[in-house]
Design a protein around this ligand. Structure first.
Ligand SMILES: Cc1ncc(COP(=O)(O)O)c(C=O)c1O
Length: 391
């Protein structure tokens, strides 16, 4: 099948066509796309292409496409994120991308605050805690409800002392969807910048980075984008990008990298100015197949199907007597459902042993994540297995 051809996911036939593009789906009930999306068959071809180019072209490959691979890969991803072309640079992971964002600012005088939520993914806290040594004042906004971000409290915490607000678009523990637009509006009103961690949303929840006026967005490709590890992305608002001077840069961010000029950097225009060193070529090749599939189907149809499957899953979980640690309203819920099962870790292990692949997070429960390639029958089977084991 030509991956770039437009194909829908409306009919059972469409879905079975897509399923055959993901070999693992024929071997188990794969419901863990919030953690590691299934590998597209085409990924192996792209990795082979990389090996062939290295083997046959050697160092010449850098000037025959490898050097531009970051910008090109970002451009395949851009429509999925609701971003314009040439606004995305590619990095190892979210931490590196957010480190680059943090390094664009100074933390001195009265504006030196970084506002985070208690419910963020832990790396975001670990990274920005480290910015205290550069003068940052790191503030955590608490949330009485472990499922939902407290939007009013977060908005109140953003004021003229704030430099940066790194927020999760979809919370990793509950799949709650954050109101990014409201946070950006407040931040801009007081002169602060927003960095959206889109990892748990990109590829399953429609995004409009350009329309939201988000200043930055970061994420990776391991989950809903089915792109595998080593392909983190960094979006920067185009009208802002060329005014920023990241401190965490390397020679790939230089306007003329092959001049090897020493001393202070002369920045390339965006997106390369946010680059560090040598691009991670094999990871960027392997990420493409997943991006192409998600972009060719479109995130809106993926979302429609995801809502149908997650609703079915939640109904079955409630009917089996389980509590859900996920918002019930569609507008508040991302692609995963978190089921609070007694002895959840042991139940998840046994589900995996029986071929139903899920995961478990302490304090949350068993996470299940139907993607566009999953079927209604798989949902029903997974919930039967879960109920049987829990009993
Ligand atoms: C919301 C969110 N942000 C960040 C990360 C970590 O990303 P990385 O390993 O690319 O730094 C994860 C990983 O699960 C996540 O769910």
């Amino acid at each position: 099948m030509e991956l770039t051809a437009k194909r829908g996911i409306a009919t059972a036939e469409d879905i079975s066509g897509w399923r055959s593009e993901f070999p693992i789906l024929g071997t188990c009930t794969y419901l863990v796309s919030h953690s590691l999306g299934a590998m597209p068959r085409k990924t192996a071809d792209y990795l082979q292409q990389f090996a062939d180019e290295w083997s046959s072209r050697g160092v010449r490959a850098w000037h025959e496409g490898w050097w531009e691979v970051g910008r090109e890969t970002g451009n395949i991803l851009a429509p999925v994120l609701g971003a314009a072309p040439d606004t995305i640079s590619m990095h190892q992971n979210v931490t590196v991308a957010q480190g680059i964002v943090g390094s664009c600012f100074t933390y001195e005088g009265t504006r030196r605050r970084i506002v985070l939520s208690e419910l963020d993914f832990p790396s975001n806290h670990y990274l920005f805690e480290g910015f205290r040594r550069y003068g940052a004042d790191v503030v955590y906004v608490p949330s009485a409800d472990p499922i939902r971000l407290d939007l009013d409290r977060l908005l109140d915490a953003i004021d003229e002392r704030t430099v940066l607000v790194p927020i999760s678009m979809v919370l990793f523990k509950s799949a709650f969807i954050t109101d990014v637009r409201a946070i950006v509006e407040k931040a801009h009103r007081v002169g602060a910048f927003v960095c959206v961690d889109a990892y748990q949303g990109a590829g399953t929840v429609p995004m409009d980075l350009a329309g939201w006026q988000a200043d930055f967005a970061v994420g990776g490709s391991v989950k809903w984008l089915c792109g595998g590890p080593g392909a983190g992305y960094l979006y920067v608002r185009p009208d802002l990008a060329n005014t920023l001077k990241p401190a965490l840069v390397g020679w790939a961010a230089h306007a003329s990298p092959f001049e090897f000029a020493t001393g202070e950097i002369r920045y390339h225009d965006a997106p390369e100015r946010f680059q560090s060193g040598t691009p991670n070529v094999p990871s960027l090749y392997s990420a493409r197949a997943g991006y192409e599939i998600v972009a060719s189907i479109g995130v809106e149809p993926i979302r429609e199907r995801s809502l149908r499957l997650t609703r079915r899953l939640m109904d079955a979980a409630r009917a089996a007597g389980f509590r859900l640690n996920t918002p019930d309203a569609d507008r508040e819920r991302g692609g995963s459902v978190i089921v609070d099962v007694p002895d959840g870790a042991a139940v998840a292990d046994e589900m995996i042993r029986r071929g139903v692949i899920v995961d478990h997070r302490p304090g949350a429960g068993i996470r299940l994540a139907p993607h566009f390639y999953n079927t209604e029958q798989e949902i029903d089977h997974a919930m039967q297995v879960m109920a049987e084991i829990a009993r």
